[in-house]
Design a protein around this ligand. Structure first.
Ligand code: NAD
Length: 336
């Protein structure tokens, strides 16, 4: 196969995609798109990309293999559908869409066109969860029956007043922004069980009282949820962009299995051997999730393989997020 030709739409996190593609010898970034013409031009110059546009439909007319969709959440579905229909493979940033209805359409069109649609769940591709997945698949934790995850920030509201904090453009606050990552990681580690019911609560205690110079803040700043999964397993999740805690804490996961438990980050395994408690602390270098994710996406195109973060899995995560928001609104459990 000749070089894989790609285009990148959106140049915030999109610039990470560009750098990761450019590290791969068999890939050429042929064009970049941003609504902000100065930004589009500056990124094209900075990364030596031959063409830039402000209208993504012009990118889709080029003879390219794939696009990265790296725009605000509400544009993911529209741009992904257009790219798939134009015959391009798509790497779509998280969250897959701002609601399950849009995500369903994306799955349908991906399967109809036969083009690859991978959701950019970059954390799956980091070394520690990759190794944990191997422990789990080898049965070393036994049956996992309970899990909990959190990603709490003390002070980390992104783009105050902008698209991140405007529900119509983001779909929600930290739940859809951070929760999508940890929920995906958990489901993937647990073997992608389906959710059967959800109880969720959301709060807006900081965003609503910080004076805005301009824009909107109509999303939550903290959310928690209890999710019952098939086969009697369950998952507890909490996320915040702002809260009175000691400091911003990154992703935390705990899995409870019949033969062992595990925590991330870093990876620790807690088990028993010969009548003793044993703690395992694997020595691992961190790798960039973005680089590993993009190398995998390109490999799937070259080798014609199914990406390991499938659109169906992205849809399931979106379905659960919708149910958490719905439960928070009604104050009732949502049965899925
Ligand atoms: N995987 C991760 O860890 C990760 C990290 C950050 C962001 N993201 C996701 O990436 C997406 C973008 O986030 P960001 O932080 O880069 O946001 P951002 O606001 O920094 O950048 C978005 C860019 O898209 C451009 N844009 C907006 N509308 C456009 C349009 N119609 N056509 C072309 N360009 C358009 C904007 O001008 C801007 O440059 C979001 O969905 C976010 O959730 C993922």
């Amino acid at each position: 196969m000749d070089k894989v030709k790609v285009g990148v739409i959106g140049t915030g996190i999109g610039s990470f995609h560009i750098r990761a593609y450019q590290k791969l010898p068999d890939v050429e970034v042929v064009a970049v798109v941003d609504l902000d013409p100065k930004r589009a031009k500056q990124i094209a110059q900075q990364y030596n990309i031959p063409r830039y546009f402000i209208d993504y439909s012009r990118l889709l007319k080029l003879d390219i293999d794939a696009v990265s969709v790296c725009t605000p959440n509400f544009l993911h579905s529209e741009m992904t559908l257009a790219a798939l229909k134009a015959g391009k493979h798509v790497l779509c940033e998280k969250p897959m869409a701002i609601n399950a209805q849009d995500a369903e359409e994306m799955v349908k069109v991906a399967r109809e066109t036969g083009k690859k649609l991978m959701i950019a769940f970059c954390n799956r591709f980091r070394n520690h969860p990759q190794l944990l997945k191997r422990y789990i698949e080898d049965g070393e934790l036994g049956e996992i029956y309970y899990a909990k995850t959190r990603w709490l920030r003390r002070k980390g509201i992104p783009g105050m007043g902008g698209w991140f904090t405007t529900k119509a453009m983001s779909g929600g606050g930290p739940l859809i922004d951070l929760g999508v990552h940890v929920l995906d990681l958990m489901l993937w580690l647990m073997g992608n069980p389906r959710a059967v019911s959800v109880t969720g609560v959301t709060y807006n205690k900081f965003g609503s009282r910080i004076p805005l110079k301009e824009g909107t803040f109509d999303v939550e700043d903290l959310a928690c949820a209890f999710i019952r999964l098939e086969m009697g397993t369950s998952l507890f999740l909490e996320v915040s962009w702002a809260s009175h805690i000691k400091e911003d804490a990154g992703i935390h996961l705990s899995l409870f299995g019949t033969k062992g438990g595990a925590e991330l980050w870093p990876l620790r395994i807690y088990t028993e051997k010969h009548g003793c408690f044993v703690d395992v602390e694997p020595r691992l270098e961190e790798v960039s999730g973005y680089e590993a994710e993009i190398a995998h996406f390109v490999d799937c195109i070259v080798e014609d393989k199914e990406p390991m973060a499938t659109p169906e899995q992205g849809l399931e995560v979106t379905r659960i997020l919708d149910a958490i928001y719905s439960s928070a609104e009604t104050g009732r459990e949502v049965v899925l």
